[in-house]
Design a protein around this ligand. Structure first.
Ligand code: ADP
Ligand code: MG
Length: 265
């Protein structure tokens, strides 16, 4: 807003800034000129400005939610090839994308070997949840355990727990890759217990349930963790071959057939 600077436009700009209406501030002159030429009345003019502000505000909030979630990559379902992972329940994945499980505080366990698309799917589900206004945070299990242990040492655990409790969906990626210490397992268990029936969790793991004791320090803790996680829980299993491996094989085949093609020419 700078074309015709009068006392009222300067004051209006000031008030719009105080009221935190940046889109109205940026657009009001343009919309006013258009409404004047289209003979649009004052209330309809005001309505157009309010709508612009709301659309922009939603977009900014959605961008903020995505940034706060700290996804490792931007992965969506559009780029997920279900054909290379036929064991995966596509109907369930499509249903989970609607995020109703989050409203019901249900959990999701994604089980499968390395490279079978668990992180990809967890991210895609997390991004879908952000788009639907949910507060999401993505952690690798080792990362959340480190943060919890550091917060505990700094006597700052309460603050971190409070932050986590505000989330609608907490994604814990890669349970089972690195065994946790006794304290680490207990702190992780505490997060899982606090989330129980209040928030949704997505946990990805390469470990079958019977091997969880190997990473969660004790049988008692493993039992209690599994009990909370798997009550009201959806389970997705990817039992196929690693996508990376399939991709590498595909590339090898293509390069071999192109060399054969050139040599037979
Ligand atoms: P995991 O977490 O199970 O080890 P990732 O999700 O990290 O596997 O997948 C490894 C790579 O392969 C990623 O770049 C991912 O986007 C890709 N990928 C895995 N499965 C698929 C799939 N079915 N379709 C498309 N890309 C896939
Ligand atoms: Mg992964």
């Amino acid at each position: 807003m700078k074309k015709t600077e009068t006392k009222s436009t300067v004051l209006l700009a000031h008030h719009l800034k105080s009221l935190r209406l940046p889109t109205i501030l940026a657009e009001c002159e343009k919309v006013a000129a258009r409404c004047a030429s289209d003979n649009v009345d004052h209330l309809a003019f005001l309505l157009q400005l309010c709508e612009l502000e709301l659309i922009n505000r939603d977009q900014r909030a959605s961008e903020r939610r995505l940034k706060d979630a700290k996804f490792p990559n931007y992965k969506t379902l559009d780029t997920f090839d279900f054909k290379s992972q036929p064991s995966l329940n596509k109907v369930l994945v499509t249903q989970l994308m609607k995020c109703e499980y989050i409203d019901r505080n249900e959990n999701l366990l994604l089980v499968g070997n390395s490279g079978t698309g668990k992180t990809h799917l967890a991210t895609a589900l997390g991004i879908a949840a952000c788009a639907q206004g949910k507060r999401v945070r993505f952690f690798r299990v080792t990362e959340i355990i480190t943060q919890l242990m550091e917060a505990r040492e700094d006597r700052d655990l309460l603050r971190l727990r409070k932050q986590l409790s505000k989330l609608d969906l907490l994604i814990l990626d890669e349970l089972g890759y690195v065994p946790a210490s006794k304290i680490g397992s207990e702190l992780l268990f505490d997060v899982i217990s606090s989330a129980y029936e209040r928030q949704s969790l997505i946990v990805t793991t390469n470990l079958p349930f019977e091997n969880w004791t190997e990473v969660l320090s004790s049988e008692r803790l493993t039992g209690a963790t599994l009990d909370r996680l798997t009550h009201r829980c959806h389970i997705l299993e990817a039992s196929g071959e690693s996508y990376r491996l399939q991709d590498a094989k595909r590339r090898k085949r293509t390069s071999r057939s192109s060399t054969t093609a050139t040599t037979t020419k």
